[in-house]
Design a protein around this ligand. Structure first.
Ligand SMILES: [Fe+2]
Length: 193
């Protein structure tokens, strides 16, 4: 289940009040990209893509956490019955479906970590998971970014970027470009405001 677009926008705006930061606009850029790419793919629901993009980082509502934002987002969306959004809160951080190459601190409790592992094991990544992983890796704070520049920025901030995760993001970009028959940036060029 998913909230409507309007409800998702309200949830994000409310969450930003609890923990103001750049993540809100990053989420809006990811939503914009997801909607545009989904529209070009032909077999994806662009409304669903937009809503998933908007809510992928919703766990940040509960404070500045690293891996913890994944479990916070997952639990929050599940508590509202939005299981499809909960899934994206989980999968957007693990493009190789493993927590081993997570970028950031493992700042969860043991229970939260087990919840993440169990939920991730039970998922078979689909096109929406892959789409939001890609959009997360091209969404800056106010605009779409070159994927390698965005990854370099993450690398600068966190000190490292696992090579396999990096390569997987480039593969995702190629995958969707092949599917669309178009360049990702030509499709996501911003006129979002
Ligand atoms: Fe995130």
């Amino acid at each position: 289940m998913l909230p409507t677009r309007q409800k998702a926008e309200e949830i994000l705006a409310e969450a930003e009040k609890c923990n103001p930061g750049a993540w809100g606009n990053h989420s809006r850029v990811a939503a914009h990209c997801a909607e545009r790419i989904a529209r070009e793919c032909g077999d994806l629901d662009s409304d669903k893509a937009y809503i998933l993009g908007l809510l992928h980082d919703i766990g940040r509502k509960f404070g500045t956490r690293h891996l913890g934002h994944v479990s916070d987002g997952y639990s929050y969306m599940m508590s509202l019955g939005y299981d499809e959004a909960a899934r994206i809160c989980l999968t957007h951080s693990f493009n190789r479906q493993t927590i081993d190459d997570y970028i950031g601190k493992f700042d969860t409790t043991r229970d939260e970590l087990n919840m993440i592992k169990d939920a991730l094991d039970g998922v078979e990544l689909d096109e929406y998971d892959r789409l939001i992983q890609l959009c997360d890796s091209i969404a800056g704070v106010g605009d779409v970014m070159d994927i390698e520049e965005r990854m370099k920025d993450v690398k600068r901030r966190y000190g490292a970027y696992p090579e396999k995760k990096w390569d997987r993001n480039l593969m995702l970009k190629k995958h969707f470009e092949k599917k669309m028959g178009k360049d990702v940036y030509s499709v996501t060029k911003k006129d979002v405001h």
